[in-house]
Ligand binder design. Structure first.
Ligand code: PLP
Length: 401
């Protein structure tokens, strides 16, 4: 029996990583890549953080064995992650309400969450923001969920359409899952206010929904705790939810594939039971996690001096992103590029959605060598003093008054 026909018809390139491949094969020297969600510094590179190099040095010195790790990861890593994500909010950590499992990146956390929920008989309906990270519908759709979407932005793309968002969630059925991005929303950079988080949580309680919080950018927006402001809305006594963390960005450990799934349950007993099913989902998928990236994260978080160093490095990335936002808005305004740019200054994280059509995105790439994702999502970290004028000139050329 030959391979199924569908396997022989090439799949379309990934909507984001495919652009990186196209960028690499573009021979023009003045090309600019604002498409991939990776932090780059002023020299256009993504260096290994010095705190990570120090942690790795220590790990090499005490390396003993490459024996399998527990299915859910090491106890030290799991505890450190729980404290990083939840701090002491609502007694989640103290009450052992968070069952944490190490996963291969934030994507792995999302996939393990999907498998765990389907295995456990959750609703097969998942509500996603529109727009969202393109891998969300692909991942949850292939896992077996039926997808619905809730509107996210008002026309103009600079503010959340709170009434439409809440209205859509009000129509969800009890048990339905709702994916919420915790901070630094991808692709818009626009996050809910604390007040909106509370209103969402009210609806989650009223409609008996189960939230999955995708928390891929903790510390990339306003700060480690500031970016966890969604917790205050959701962390109510008895309210259960899942959190998918990624350490790709905040530790710059992209290719080590390190992240975590936390299942927050109403009490310690329910959390322990949930973890036993998460373990089954992992065992059936990739058996047990790789150790290196998690060991680095654990080593940094467990040592107060190393942790302080990492927090300073993280603040450096965050501050550069915020300075880039300001420089971008100033340059667009100074060049008279038509559009509502000022709100971009206050948005959170690496992404800004410029609101461009396919023809404009195509012209940016073909005529000017400026690569942005569909809709005009740009990674503001990719802007530098050297390329900003070319990017603004290109935008001025494709955006008409
Ligand atoms: C919203 C969102 N969730 C999850 C991820 C996955 O991150 P990771 O690379 O750790 O799998 C990303 C990465 O770009 C993302 O933007």
């Amino acid at each position: 029996m030959p391979l199924p026909l569908k396997a022989l018809t090439p799949a379309p390139p990934d909507s984001i990583l495919g652009l990186a491949e196209a960028f690499r094969s573009d021979a023009r020297p003045a090309k600019v890549n604002l498409s991939v969600g990776v932090y780059v510094d002023e020299s256009g590179t993504t260096p290994v953080l010095p705190s990570v190099i120090e942690a790795e040095r220590r790990l090499v010195e005490r390396a003993q064995s490459k024996v399998y790790r527990p299915i859910e990861g090491s106890p030290g890593y799991r505890r450190a992650v729980a404290e990083l994500v939840f701090a002491d909010v609502a007694g989640i950590v103290a009450g052992n309400r968070a069952a944490v499992a190490q996963t291969p990146g934030g994507t792995g956390a999302l996939r393990v969450a999907a498998d765990f929920l389907l295995q456990a008989g959750a609703s097969r309906t998942l509500w996603l923001p529109q727009p969202t990270w393109p891998n969300h519908p692909q991942l949850f759709g292939l896992a077996g969920f039926g997808l619905r979407s809730y509107p996210y932005l008002r026309a103009g793309g600079r503010q959340i359409d709170e009434a439409a968002l809440l209205g859509a969630l009000r129509s969800a059925d009890p048990g339905d899952l709702v994916l919420l991005q915790g901070s630094c929303h991808n692709p818009t950079g626009v996050d809910p206010s604390p007040l909106l988080w509370r209103a969402i949580a009210d609806l989650v309680v009223e409609r008996e929904l189960l939230p999955i919080v995708d928390f891929a950018y903790q510390g990339f927006g306003h700060g480690l705790r500031e970016d966890a402001d969604w917790l205050a809305g959701l962390a109510r006594p008895g309210l259960e939810f899942l959190v998918c963390s990624s350490f790709s960005k905040n530790f710059a450990l992209y290719n080590e594939r390190v992240g975590a799934l936390a299942v927050v349950a109403a009490d310690a007993g329910r959390a322990a039971a949930a973890l036993s099913h998460v373990r089954v989902a992992i065992r059936a998928n990739y058996s047990n996690p790789p150790s290196h990236g998690a060991d680095v994260v654990e080593a940094i978080l467990a040592d107060s001096a190393l942790r302080a160093r990492w927090e300073t490095e993280l603040a450096g990335m965050r501050d550069r992103i915020r300075a880039n936002r300001a420089a971008f808005v100033d340059a667009l305004t100074a060049a008279g590029v038509p559009g509502d740019w000022e709100p971009l200054r206050r948005q959170r994280g690496m992404f800004a959605l410029l609101g461009l059509g396919p023809a404009q995105v195509g012209r940016l790439r073909d005529e000017f060598g400026v690569y942005v994702v569909a809709g005009g999502r740009v990674n503001v970290a990719g802007l530098t003093a050297a390329n900003l004028p070319c990017v603004v000139d290109a935008l001025a050329a494709v955006i008409e008054a």
